[in-house]
Write a protein that binds this ligand. Structure first.
Ligand code: PMP
Ligand code: GLU
Length: 393
């Protein structure tokens, strides 16, 4: 069949694939526990739901400007000013169908065929595929567990070419949970300015930091702000994954191109979800604090348990809600008659034999790891780790 070569080369999202496998097994009545897709197990706060109901009742049910309502873009600009010390005009804000969509718009806006984008590994599974969709070339920079999965400017310099256009930064990181400090960000900002690169700064986990503090790289000076496209959204912070609202802030020219691209691809994001997001951004942070408290407790328990089990280990992440488990010592072992060679083998066998869904990091750029999400109940975490212990014994 005649199809697009570009589209044919796009891989399916591993996170979503594992999640749908897990949900299908559960629907079949199997006793399966899931640590796949990262989405808070908490419900969307009541005041946000109320705002959505009110939006329906007051007729906010029509097309809005493609880049989002002025009310929401103002609320987003205020959020950047209040929380990140950044000044943006509402016209520099583009609201999209989730941060995923914001990222696609960003790459579409800045890349020409063959342009290279540096992506530090381990990376969130979608970045390289998004770059390819926009005719760009992903260039992966490795980082090590010993260095807390952080990249240095030295490593970045090594992959720089005349075609390098942009760098992806994701702090706190999915999947590593690491958080860059202000000093580290300053070095990366200097590098980006020196080489005239864009920075795509995905800050969607900014409120889920347990040690340290979030700093937006864009706040480190006008030069870096002008070349940074900040990506954020409400999925994680407000437990609103299904509502599909993300947003970007960028230099006026870039924001305009992103909005134009979106005006043809999808028009405005859902008008009711936009109204709910105005309420979310303007509300208090009590619910976030409650979620954070639960996440810290779960993270601590998960990290301690994993490090007490023979053959596997993990670092303690400072943010987001994922733990990367090192399985390099398990590779080469035979479990239940099957040889484990890759993280895919591990994840598949663990799901088949122990009925536990974790995400193999083959798709995240480091095959020595699998990812556990701790945005699930403590009970589920205990069950999953009990099963891991038995599986490896
Ligand atoms: N960036 C990162 C790092 C993520 O983990 C996710 C997870 N969904 C997204 C962006 C996209 O989020 P959403 O589309 O739900 O806003
Ligand atoms: N970002 C989440 C994850 O990594 C949700 C799934 C997805 O959007 O890929 O699991």
């Amino acid at each position: 069949m005649y199809v697009s070569e570009k589209a044919k080369n796009i891989k399916a999202s591993t996170t979503l694939a594992i999640d749908s496998k897990f949900k299908a097994m559960k629907a079949e009545g199997l006793d399966v526990v899931g640590f796949g897709a990262g989405e808070p197990d908490f419900d969307t706060p009541e005041y946000i739901k109320k705002a959505a109901i009110e939006a329906i009742q007051t007729g906010k049910t029509k097309y809005t400007p493609a880049a989002g309502t002025m009310e929401l873009r103002k609320a987003v600009a205020e959020k950047f000013s209040r929380e990140n010390g950044l000044t943006y005009e509402p016209t520099q804000i583009v609201v999209s169908n989730g941060a995923k969509h914001s990222l696609v718009n960003a790459f579409m806006a800045i890349l020409n065929p063959g342009d290279e984008v540096i992506i530090p590994a381990p990376f969130w599974v979608s970045y390289p595929e998004m770059v390819k969709l926009a005719d760009g070339v992903p260039v992966i920079v490795e980082s090590t567990e010993e260095a807390d999965f952080k990249v240095t400017v030295d490593a970045l310099e090594k992959v720089l070419t005349a075609k390098t256009r942009a760098l992806v930064l994701n702090s706190p990181s999915n999947p590593t949970g690491m958080v860059y400090t202000k000093d580290e960000l300053q070095k990366i900002a200097d590098f980006a300015v020196k080489h005239d690169l864009y920075v795509i700064s995905d800050e969607i986990y900014e409120h889920l930091i347990y040690e340290g503090k979030h700093v937006s790289i864009a706040s480190l000076g006008e030069d870096i702000k002008n070349r940074t496209i900040i990506i954020n959204g409400v999925s994680k912070t407000y437990a609103m994954t299904g509502w599909r609202i993300g947003f970007a802030a960028a230099a006026p020219e870039i924001a305009k191109i992103m909005a134009n691209v979106q005006s043809h691809a999808s028009s405005n994001p859902n008008s009711i979800a936009q109204a709910a997001t105005v309420a979310a951004l303007s509300g208090g942070k009590e619910e976030i604090e409650t979620m954070k408290k639960a996440f810290v407790e779960r993270r601590n328990y998960m990290v301690e348990r994993i490090n007490s089990i023979d053959g596997v280990s993990c670092k303690k992440p400072n943010g987001a809600f994922y733990v990367l488990m090192n399985i390099s010592k398990i590779k080469g072992r035979t479990i239940a008659g099957k040889l484990i060679r890759t993280s895919d083998d591990f994840a598949e066998l663990f799901l088949q034999e122990a009925k536990v869904a974790v995400v193999p990091c083959s798709g995240f750029g480091n095959d020595d790891f699998v990812r556990w999400s701790y945005a699930v109940s403590m009970e589920t975490i205990k069950e999953g780790l009990d099963r891991l212990e038995k599986f490896l014994a």
